[in-house]
Design a protein around this ligand. Structure first.
Ligand code: FES
Length: 376
């Protein structure tokens, strides 16, 4: 299908096939009110999403969650995706992966598995996810190698584990990882609730980056390392999702279609659901997808900023979370009149003691948070 009215095609489809998850990660990026989504799309509905998105131009499929392995029909979804010509990525904690399952996924044509670890130590891995899963993840890492997949390891960094970057990389090397993504926590959803506990100091981030650079030299040609900086230590915002409704399309477990994984929290906006609308209508015609396309929505300082093409004003969700208005400049930008909000959080990283209790992702907390927002 050709692009329409100057709007490009969605290249990446992120299918959040379930929000069920055995882990309780403190930095989980699922919406904090995920508990309201009990009506997951059926297998046939997912197949329709895949078909319609492929017709729109999507070529890369991320199967994510929650824990996507909790869907018994994952193999069927993968098989359909491969037959449609997608490159298929499974983003998993590894929990639920057995030899039978990985063999079935391989048979269905799965191209790529990204395995997440919380840390290089069993103690911290298990604490951060509030589960005893470290040993299981090690077994899954071995299965991934055994089944001839490239080993792609993801570790979310934050104040509790960022000083272990050397050990995390050594663990990855010992596993035979080809790719390692060290992604500093970005503060959305559950991570936003825990930002005062999770944001590392600037010194920690700088040190971790130096360690990564040195390791990159050592493993040149064998391993590729990616180090993603945390927004809160930057002075210019990221071009979030490469532009609103520009490249990425997300379908949530209940069929809600979003331009990014957390846009559903923005007040006063409605997003389409695949049970009522086609993917084509969602992408090209829905008010939600058109709301922040391009730069027509901008006000100052973004509207007149010479750098506006570079970052398109940053992240709409971050602007809303930190200023209460999604039309504002992302306060990560030091030209934003709200940049102080970021500086305050960064300043608090210098305090030795943090009194606030850490919040683990749980169904009960999700329901409580919904009630607090008047949705329960
Ligand atoms: Fe929603 Fe950035 S996460 S626009």
């Amino acid at each position: 299908m050709p692009s329409r009215d100057g709007v490009g095609m969605p290249m990446w489809l992120l299918a959040e096939v379930t929000y069920r998850c055995p882990l309780h990660c403190v930095f989980c990026y699922n919406p904090v009110d995920y508990a309201k989504q009990h009506q997951e799309l059926t297998t046939e509905e997912w197949k329709r999403v895949l078909r319609e998105s492929r017709e729109l131009g999507a070529a890369q499929l991320g199967l994510s969650g929650g824990e996507p392995l909790l869907r018994d029909d994952l193999e069927e979804i993968v098989r359909e995706a491969r037959s449609l010509g997608y490159y298929t990525n499974l983003l998993t904690s590894g929990i639920g992966m057995t030899e039978a399952r990985i063999a079935a996924l391989k048979g269905a044509g799965l191209d790529h598995i990204q395995l997440s670890f919380q840390d290089s130590t069993k103690q911290m891995n298990d604490f951060l996810s509030s589960t005893r899963t470290f040993d299981l993840k090690m077994k899954v890492a071995a299965l991934i190698k055994q089944y001839d997949y490239p080993m792609v390891l993801n570790c979310v960094l934050h104040r509790y584990n960022i000083d272990h970057v050397q050990q995390i990389l050594e663990m990855a090397e010992a596993m035979g990882a080809e790719y390692v993504e060290l992604a500093n926590t970005q503060f959305y959803s559950w991570a936003y609730l825990n930002k005062d506990q999770l944001l590392p100091t600037r010194e920690q981030v700088e040190h971790a980056e130096l360690v990564t650079d040195a390791f990159r030299e050592k493993v040149k040609g064998r391993m590729r390392l990616f180090f993603v900086m945390p927004d809160y230590h930057a002075t210019r915002p990221k071009k979030c999702t490469n532009g609103w409704g520009n490249l990425f399309i997300t379908v949530q477990a209940d069929g809600t279609v979003l331009p990014c994984h957390v846009a559903g929290m923005l007040p006063g906006m409605t997003f389409p659901n695949v049970r009522e609308h086609s993917m084509e209508w969602a992408w090209y015609d829905s008010p939600g997808f058109n709301r922040f396309r391009g730069d027509g929505w901008m006000k100052d300082p973004c509207r007149t900023c010479p750098e506006k093409e570079k970052d398109l004003g940053g992240c709409r969700c971050q602007a809303y979370m930190l200023t209460g208005d999604a039309e504002n400049a992302d306060p990560v930008c030091d030209k934003s009149p709200h940049h102080e909000r970021i500086r305050e959080v960064v300043e608090r990283t210098k305090l030795a003691v943090n009194e606030q209790p850490i919040v683990f992702r749980t169904d009960r907390d999700s329901r409580d948070l919904m009630k607090q927002c008047g949705e329960g």
